[in-house]
Each structure stands twice: as C-alpha cells, then as structure tokens.
Design a protein around this ligand. Structure first.
Ligand SMILES: Cc1ncc(COP(=O)(O)O)c(C=O)c1O
Length: 435
C-alpha cells in the first residue's frame, strides 16, 4: 500500500520501491539511509514483495500445490526461514543447499533435490534428509540412489526429470529443456530409466519433473511440456503406477523494467486441468519470480570520465556483486536514488574490476551524477548476491531486509581476514601438506 505522496518508480517491478520527496524508498525506508548506515555496495530486499509474490503463486496453483522456492536464486538464510514460515518448500540443487536448510532451521520435508551431477555424498545426504522427493536426472544415479536408500533402510520417493525438447528460456545459457541441453533425460531414451527405477525395491517412482529454463515469459511452453510428458506416461502402465506429483519447474520470468512478468495464473490454467484429471499434485520451483523484483543493489558513484565517445559513470559495485550483465548480457534498470535536475544523457555504468565485461548497464539514460551520488540497480534480488564472488579480492556486499519500517542486516559485509582465512602461507609448516 503506497503512502500518501508516494509516486511509482516505473522501472521497478514492485510497488515497494517508490519515490517519496524526490528520492527512492524501499517500503517505509529511504534507500539513502540504508547506504549511509551499511555502506555500499549493498543488496536491499523488500520482505513485502517476496511475501506478495509467494502468495500469488500459492493462490494460482491452489492450496494442495507444493511451492518449492529455488534456493539458488537467493540463498540467504533469513529469506529461507521467512519463505518456510509462509508455507514454501525448497528446490535444492546441491548438498550445500541442504546444509543451508539445516542452518536456517528449516526441515527438508517439503523440498525436492535436483542437480545434473550429484556427488555420492550429496546423494547420501539427500536420502537422509527426508525430502518430498529426489529428482533423478541421469541413469547412473538410479543404482547409487537405490543403494543409499537401502543402506538407510528407507524407500525413497523419486521423480524423473525429463527433457521434453521445448525451447522456452530467455538467453540460450538459461534454457535447459532443449534436445542438446545437459539437463534431465530425453523422453526418447527415458523408458528404460523408468523401468530401472520401478525395479528397485528401495525406490518409489512418484512423479515427473521438467524445468524449462529461466526467464520464461510465455505460459504456453509449460502446457506443451506437460503434454509431451503425459504422452510418454500413457505409453506404458508402469510409467504411471504410483505417480502422485508433477513438478513443472521454475523459470517464471520478470519484466526487468521493460516488459511484463510471466502470467502465473495462465500457467496454472494451462496445466491444472490435466494434473487434476490424473490426480497429480503440482509442484512449482520459482526462484527469480519470488525474489528478483524484491531486491535492489545500491552503489555509489566514484567518478566519471568521457573517452572514445562514451560517457562512463564509475561506481563501487561490480560484476562480482552482480554477474548477470557480464554473464548473460542481462539488462537491469538503473536509476538515481536522488535524481539531480538536468538533462539526462546516455552513459555506461561500470564497476572497478579489471574486465571490459565489468559493467552494470550500457547506454543508460541517467540524470547528471557526481561522485558520492547513489544509484540503484533494480530487480537484482535473484542471482545477484547468490552469484557474488571475491574476484579482484573484493569483499562480498552486505545484505539488508526491509520489512515495513524495520531494517534487518541479514548478511554482514565480508572482512578481509575472512577472505584470506583458508589460505596457507608457504612457510606455515603446521599444515601437513607443506612437506
Ligand atoms: C531445476 C531448477 N528449478 C528451478 C530453477 C529456478 O529458476 P528461476 O529462478 O528462473 O525460477 C532452476 C534454475 O536454474 C532450476 O535449475
């Protein structure tokens, strides 16, 4: 609910980020006050936006559905605990993410575990965790999983991840369900893998999983993939006996200031009739949709220069804080937190890292900026902090959660001693590997 005098920030995908008194706010907090208190670069998240997105997905798919937040999008422990409290399970893709659930004090019973290559210890950990189900992605996992389940004395629920050969994602690097992609099992070779699962007494084939890719903006591919899976399942009785779940994956796209988010209700309308007729419970794995528009990356202008016909605005955030522009040519809207008067001009907003690909935005129309001004990179809540690195020996940024007028630091800025803690001096003989 916007406060009196609040104006929308049209580039932001969420009302929580709005303009009051000529400056950008997050919920009931001016962003400049957060930069002053915690420094920059700083990831800021709006709790209300995450809650609203989660509720929207829960409503679209109905109370029986399992909404499994894709932890990789933003794995901060406080966000996981908050999602859990609001009914979410989790989509996990590594043993590390299982450890995160434990660290967040969240049970794994509403969670699923996928991953294109799982290490033996991850399979053991997943079996011990008591998941909703385990997603098999390759034939070699079946005997490993069966043996781990037998050792554990349990019968494990398994969903087979199918690759339906549907092109749906945004950038080619985030499309995962085309014939040549490494994920899942192609439908034309899936029959013997289903048989191998069904033969194992310690495994129970409880469903099928498809993940189309990320940043999907049309609902149709979800229906298309389900139709292909249903046709496969109808090919033999053993492919459907005991099946209770269909996991349609994540990939729900957002607008990034230029367009509309995926119509999640339309996705639900396209799959629910088929799922209901078969008695299959829907599972969805949204990541970006729940947290992307809920986050901004705040950065301070360090200086400006003009060369080669380009105006550069140099800022203190870099590709180590937000890799998406360098990795996928992703475009995040960038706005001034307190815009100055004056004509806008086209600039490249670049970070301090020694790579030409270290830019946050190119050819952006920004108002005049001076050193010390704050910029906000919008819709940066997904795959921002989550993909952060220490490249150029930069400390990973702090993260703050805003909930109405309350502000919580949910990750402290890294310190330099933390950065070097695991490195060993050559003259340190206390480590047995030296000689
Ligand atoms: C299996 C699986 N599920 C869900 C997701 C979440 O995708 P998104 O954040 O686009 O919703 C991913 C992303 O890579 C994934 O690999």
């Amino acid at each position: 609910m916007a406060a009196a005098g609040a104006l929308p920030c049209p580039e932001a995908g969420a009302d929580a980020f709005h303009v009051r008194g000529g400056e950008l706010w997050c919920e009931e907090v001016p962003l400049a006050s957060l930069a002053a208190r915690f420094g920059t670069p700083l990831h800021v998240y709006s709790a209300a936006t995450m809650d609203e997105r989660l509720a929207r997905v829960q409503l679209a798919f109905g109370t029986g559905a399992n909404v499994c937040y894709a932890v990789k999008a933003n794995p901060n422990l406080s966000l996981l605990a908050r999602m859990h409290a609001r009914g979410a399970g989790f989509d996990l893709v590594s043993g590390g993410e299982l450890h995160r659930l434990a660290a967040a004090n969240v049970p794994a019973s509403r969670s699923v575990f996928a991953g294109v290559g799982k290490e033996p210890w991850e399979i053991e950990a997943a079996v011990a965790a008591g998941l909703l189900f385990f997603n098999v992605e390759s034939p070699h996992e079946v005997p490993l999983l069966a043996a781990a389940a037998a050792r554990h004395g349990s019968r494990i629920r398994v969903a087979l991840r199918l690759n339906p050969d549907v092109a749906a994602g945004g950038h080619s690097y985030i499309s995962t369900a085309r014939k040549g992609d490494k994920f899942g099992v192609a439908i034309d070779v899936a029959a013997p893998i289903v048989e191998s699962i069904v033969r194992e007494p310690s495994l129970h084939l409880c469903g099928y999983h498809v993940h189309l890719g990320s940043q999907v903006l049309r609902p149709e591919p979800y229906g298309e993939a389900l139709a292909k899976v249903a046709a496969f399942v109808d090919g033999a009785a053993l492919r459907r006996e005991g099946v209770t779940h269909y996991d349609l994956g994540g990939g729900f796209g957002i607008g990034y200031g230029r367009g509309h988010a995926l119509d999640v209700d339309a996705v639900a309308r396209s799959v629910l009739p088929t799922l209901r007729s078969r008695g299959w419970t829907p599972v969805v794995e949204p990541g970006r949709y729940l947290v992307g528009d809920a986050g901004v990356l705040l950065t301070t202008v360090l200086g400006e220069k003009r060369q080669g016909g380009t105006d550069f605005v140099l800022v203190d955030a870099a590709m180590n804080d937000l890799l998406r522009p360098a990795l996928y040519q992703a475009e995040h809207p960038i706005v001034a937190v307190r815009p100055r008067d004056g004509a806008r001009r086209e600039v490249d907003v670049v970070g301090p890292i020694c790579e030409t690909s270290d830019f946050l935005g190119r050819r952006r129309a920004l108002p005049p900026c001076r050193a010390g001004d704050l910029l906000a990179v919008l819709s940066a809540g997904a795959y921002g902090a989550s993909m952060a690195s220490n490249y150029n020996t930069r400390r990973r940024a702090a993260e703050v959660l805003v909930d109405g007028g309350a502000v919580r630091l949910v990750r402290r800025r890294e310190t330099f001693p933390q950065l070097f803690a695991n490195e060993v001096h050559l003259d340190d003989e206390s480590d047995g590997t030296v000689r």
